[in-house]
Ligand binder design. Structure first.
Ligand SMILES: NC(=O)c1ccc[n+]([C@@H]2O[C@H](COP(=O)([O-])OP(=O)(O)OC[C@H]3O[C@@H](n4cnc5c(N)ncnc54)[C@H](OP(=O)(O)O)[C@@H]3O)[C@@H](O)[C@H]2O)c1
Length: 278
């Protein structure tokens, strides 16, 4: 029996990874969270905190592979993440599948780059899932404004190769269970500007969702009024500016290559999540 530890088991992608692994023959899943009760029942759960070494031993015992989610609040990689990764290596973990970000290989600003570098030097088999912007952000970060009938992001006419986290998780499950190592660039089937995304959302939801297309300054003023975490707003500003500059639209074939089917598209996502904006 191969045992997989899923960090970030309560995260957007991690929850789907736990579900996907549960159905696998010959795989035992251990779901990690700072609050194990927050993980759904029917799976082995363990308390795990990257910043609390006392939690490492139970989490990594008898584990063959780790799904690694870097918490958005952790950016000091050497101080807050590497100790846990070292403990994983010491405990005999052989493979790490890391949820990274599209373009990490040429963007030294994001913490994912430093995590990839550390993993590449470690005695591990590694897969880097370099994922594009999640469609699910529209159902979480932008849920309330879409409910009100608008999408307020400063991305201009730039295109983004939105990916559905269910595809990212499905690829992760394959990689944790003997699938490819190396770097995979995970995108949706096409690059779309936000105006097109809004038109497609509107068509599926049967009501108007308008793309507000604010300037960066207007976005910052509005967002900082409601979001108490300036660091998160700064990250969002960076992401939408990248899109605005036309740097977020690269489409790849990696999801299809691993899963043997097309990636999920924005219409499918909107149909499956429509209740979220009801
Ligand atoms: N959003 C996107 O479009 C996108 C695209 C590509 C890549 N990514 C990357 O994906 C990663 C996850 O982002 P997300 O938005 O999906 O995250 P998320 O849903 O906010 O989940 C964060 C997870 O981190 C866990 N966590 C927080 N602090 C922790 C700690 N000290 N020790 C252990 N676990 C901790 C949380 O678990 P508990 O609270 O249960 O402990 C939670 O499961 C990030 O690195 C992000 O950059 C995001």
């Amino acid at each position: 029996m191969r045992r997989v530890l899923v960090t970030g088991a309560t995260s957007t992608v991690g929850g789907h990874v736990v579900d996907g692994l549960r159905d696998r023959e010959g795989v035992a899943v251990r779901a990690a969270s700072r609050d194990p009760a927050a993980v759904g029942a029917g799976v082995e759960r363990v308390r795990f905190d990257f910043t609390d070494p006392a939690t490492y031993r139970a989490a990594f015992a008898d584990v063959d592979a780790v799904f690694l989610v870097r918490p958005p609040a952790i950016s000091r990689v050497r101080r807050d993440l590497v100790p846990a990764l070292s403990a994983a290596v010491g405990a005999g973990v052989e493979r790490v599948v890391f949820l990274s970000v599209l373009g990490a290989e040429r963007n030294p600003v994001v913490p994912h780059t430093r995590i990839e570098s550390w993993l590449a030097e470690a005695p591990l088999e590694t897969t880097f899932l370099r994922a594009s912007f999640f469609l699910q952000n529209l159902a979480t970060v932008h849920r309330e404004e879409i409910r009100r009938g608008e999408l307020f992001v400063p991305a201009g006419d730039g295109e983004t190769s939105f990916v559905d986290v269910r595809d990212v998780a499905a690829v992760g499950v394959e990689c944790l269970d003997g699938g490819p190592t190396g770097a995979l660039d995970l995108t949706g089937p096409e690059a779309l500007d936000y105006g097109t995304v809004c038109r497609r959302l509107s068509a599926v939801l049967g009501r108007e969702v308008e793309y507000a297309n604010p300037s960066l300054a207007r976005f910052l003023v509005r967002r900082l009024r409601t979001d108490r975490d300036p660091a998160r707003v700064a990250v969002m500003a960076g992401i939408y500016t990248t899109a605005r500059l036309g740097l977020a639209g690269r489409v790849t074939d990696d999801v299809r290559r691993v899963l043997g089917r097309d990636p999920l598209d924005v219409e499918t996502f909107a149909r499956d999540y429509r209740e979220v904006w009801a």
